[in-house]
Design a protein around this ligand. Sequence first.
Ligand code: DGJ
Length: 731
Amino acid sequence: MTIITSQSSPAIVVDGTSFALNGNNVSYRFHVDTDNAAGDLILDHFGGPLTEDPVARIARNGGGWSTQAHLRREFPDLGRGDFRAPAVHIKHAKGFAICDFKYQSHTIVKGKPDLPNLPSTFGSDDEVSTLIVHLWDSCSSVAADLSYSIFPEHDAIVRSVSITNKGSEAISVEKLASLSVDFPHDDYDMLQLRGEWARECTRGRRSVDYGLQGFGSSAGFSSHYHNPFLSLVSSSTTESHGDAWGFSLVYTGSFNIEVEQSPQGLTRVLVGMNPSQLSCPLGPGESLTSPECVSVFSSSGVGNMSRKFHKLYRRNLIKSKFVNEPRPALLNSWEGVYFDVNEATIDRLAQASANLGVKLFVLDDGWFGDKHPRINDKAGLGDWVVNPKRFPNSLKPVAENVCKLKVAGSTDDTRLKFGLWIEPEMVNARSELYEQHPDWILHAGDYPRSETRQQLVLNVALPEVQEFIIAAVTRILEDAPISYVKWDHNRGTHESPSPANHHAYILGIYRVFDVLTSRFPDILWEGCASGGGRFDPGILQYFPQVWTSDGTDPLDRISIQFGTSLVYPPSTMGAHISVSPNEITGRSTPLQFRAHVAMMGGSFGLELDPDVMPEDDRAQIPGLIALAEKINPIVIRGDMWRLNLPETSNYPSALFISEDGNQAVLFAFQIRTTNVHNYPFLRLQGLDPSAKYKLDVDGERIVSGATLMNGGIQFRFGSDYDSKVVLLEKV
Ligand code: DGJ
């Protein structure tokens, strides 16, 4: 049966019990085993396009004593002789932990069904089709459905798994990987995004070694330490050459990624929720559906893999109406005045913003709390009422005044917009909320409730807590003209009442996000978790942008933003200019360098008090905002080509090309100046070789795409932290 057609072949082809998923440049093929492990699903191919199975399905030298170790299993279970890490672990009522899932039937559907209560990629019947393979364990009466959706245009295969207890006794799901793939070789590298607060998403590459290796999060959210993303690449793969597979988990909770190189020369990849925080009880008739994992294949390097993710996520994941819209240049109050906010400060900062050409003013932390005012990070979280001492007339007139301010330099009477910071999942012990509902806070019996940044976490798994958050945020948003919300989340979970509560929390917060973003679709929502602690595809379903990092030092930011772009579209990154020397690193950098780095993010802004800027710098801001606004549509909707990586080059650079290919913007940076040394030629990529482009490098000129890509541009840089931004226009 055939559902939709990719460029060369039907997207789903079933021949008896052999299955093929075909994208424009990918094929994924598996079959039901009839010999070794009858009924198991065995993978035949995941890579470049083909229309028949590879010449040998399973060939091995010698016997070995394991019956399954040489098999490429689609849904590896536990307890029956496959001694690699399993994708599924179920504890049955009688205590044993064995599964024996066999093929029973399959279903093909047009389009892609939603996942129950979870964010997921979506698409029309023309864009995606889905194969669901039904497996059955007759010894335990447990069913497993493996769902495979293929987006042919993006070479993306999306998988999730659903377990249903059809027996008469309760079971517990201890592990359920969304994706499991057995690769046929043992010569791969793995790329991951790792870091810490203020240096998230730094790209790391290592060879896959013998045995089990991996990473994950147990913080209760995706975390600063590791992102729920893995790329497996051939050891010779580069940015622009070679095979690259990307795996991205659409989930905001704790996760687990395992890569296992086996003695038999295979490499297994498992991606899913963190099993140490699962133990999900399923009564008779109940189901657990895993989040989905998006896999993308590129045969032309890591850069192409990233561009496929970017397009897929912009078109088929992010639901906000702002997804493809240029974003307003903003000023956020945080690094300028921190908690020191009141009516007078806001009036002053907003006026200064409007004078510089800023379009959106954002009031960050410090505006709320009555009995326990939020004047520092010790009190007030949970009490979502305006601080009456700081804002005696409430927030409404303050916001209305902001919205009356005319933005300098605008030709069409543009007025400043008002945005607000909130952190609704959190509570300080010093708050009225804690006094009234101590039982709403995450806790486990009599264990002390551990504090981080003096704050605790509400148990969002509880329906009454979800309702409280929805009502509190609705009241704030209905009370004042608010165009933008920054939703913060500044700590990991603590003392969970049960392992299963972790996943229930995430389902709860997804419900809250869904209700609020559907109720307020005209608000531009931004995610944040002490910067990029929750930069993941689950968040992006609801919020089209995320504050990428509290690290605003532009040198660190190049690595953070290039790393983040491995999977997430540049349109989703918040990037602001802050003061120099940087408040975290102490490093001094020129304003232009800070601004050019920030322009590579979809949401460009300022994170400082303009009134304490050096006069020369302040004078440059209107021009830099005008440049950012010109470039922004290309960054939001275009394709990103990483030309030189910050890990390996003193001259990191990136080219963004508009969707129609008619415009492009080149960012080129010099980190350190080198004495008596020629500057390198920067060769562009992704242009039309036969087209002519107009650009201004030491004077306007018209050059062919071939010249720019094969010859390149040699910039004359100045001192340390120099940067160039060049606009290209097809003529
Ligand atoms: C952490 C965020 O990342 C900052 O931008 C700021 O909003 C603070 N929280 C406020 O407490």
